[in-house]
Ligand binder design. Structure first.
Ligand code: 13P
Length: 251
């Protein structure tokens, strides 16, 4: 089963609107003629409309960095999946470790966000990952299992192939410390085995699992060569056109 690789840039709380449009334009240029992989960028909410307009004629997909689950509601500070579609945005990063650990988002709220995104045809990228402490206590698989099963609660077999999973070990995010390709592959294979149990093998084989955590031009090729790594979710190295271009063109 061929899974189309997805290279995704998470711009977090960086870049002004003007800088975001400039970078988005450069990313669109990098993607010219690329058909064997998908590229996505996730600007801040303030820049998202301008970025979506800037890449509208390119294959680059635009994602939000979070999203709520209703068309409209009294939810101060939130953005609805309906509003995302209206703005030309059809992907959303959910359950990022910064949302989980800094803003205290738990599996149940993340699950609501996943279901809401799917309802409005916004592709959710569900992030999972253990902290250093959890890894050292040998709890990596338990944590991943809980985040995955609770995050996907209520997602039916007919919807699961729309979902993208991202494995981002918290200890590798923004630290320059990448998981080795073996460590990453081990968890990716485990995630796929969980998906086989939750759904079935043919469906699990179609689901893309991205790796995130200090992905750089220097390590992207060896990570992408792993059988269960289907893409990258890139933070810091996605903020510079040159390094993201190299990552997009992984070999
Ligand atoms: P870094 O690539 O900066 O480690 O960030 C990873 C990440 O959190 C992407 O969502």
């Amino acid at each position: 089963m061929a899974r189309k690789p997805l290279i995704a840039g998470n711009w977090k709380m960086y870049l002004t609107v003007a800088d975001a449009v400039e970078l988005a334009t450069a990313v669109a240029a990098s993607c010219k003629g690329l058909t064997d992989r998908e590229v996505m960028i996730a600007p801040s909410f303030l820049a998202i409309v301008s970025v979506a307009e800037a890449v509208a004629d390119s294959p680059v997909r635009v994602a939000a960095q979070n999203g709520a689950w209703k068309k409209e509601a009294a939810l101060t500070g939130e953005i609805s999946p309906f509003m995302l579609i209206d703005a030309g945005v059809n992907m959303v990063i959910l359950g990022h470790s910064e949302r989980r650990h800094i803003f205290g988002e738990g599996n149940d709220i993340i699950n609501q966000r996943v279901l809401g995104a799917l309802e409005y045809k916004v592709t959710p990228i569900l992030c999972v990952g253990e902290t250093l402490d959890q890894r050292e206590q040998n709890n990596t698989f338990t944590v991943i299992e809980e985040q995955l099963t609770e995050g996907l609660k209520g997602v039916g077999a007919e919807q699961i192939t729309e979902v993208v999973i991202a494995y981002e070990p918290v200890w590798a995010i923004g630290t320059g410390k990448t998981a080795s390709k073996e460590q990453a592959q081990e968890v990716h294979a485990y995630i796929r085995s969980l998906l086989v149990t939750l759904y079935e093998k043919t469906l699990a084989d179609e689901i893309r699992i991205l790796y995130g955590g200090s992905v750089k031009p220097e390590n992207v090729d060896s990570l992408m060569a792993q059988p269960d790594i289907d893409g990258a979710l890139v933070g810091g190295a996605a903020l510079k056109a040159e390094s993201f271009d190299r990552i997009i063109h992984f070999k």
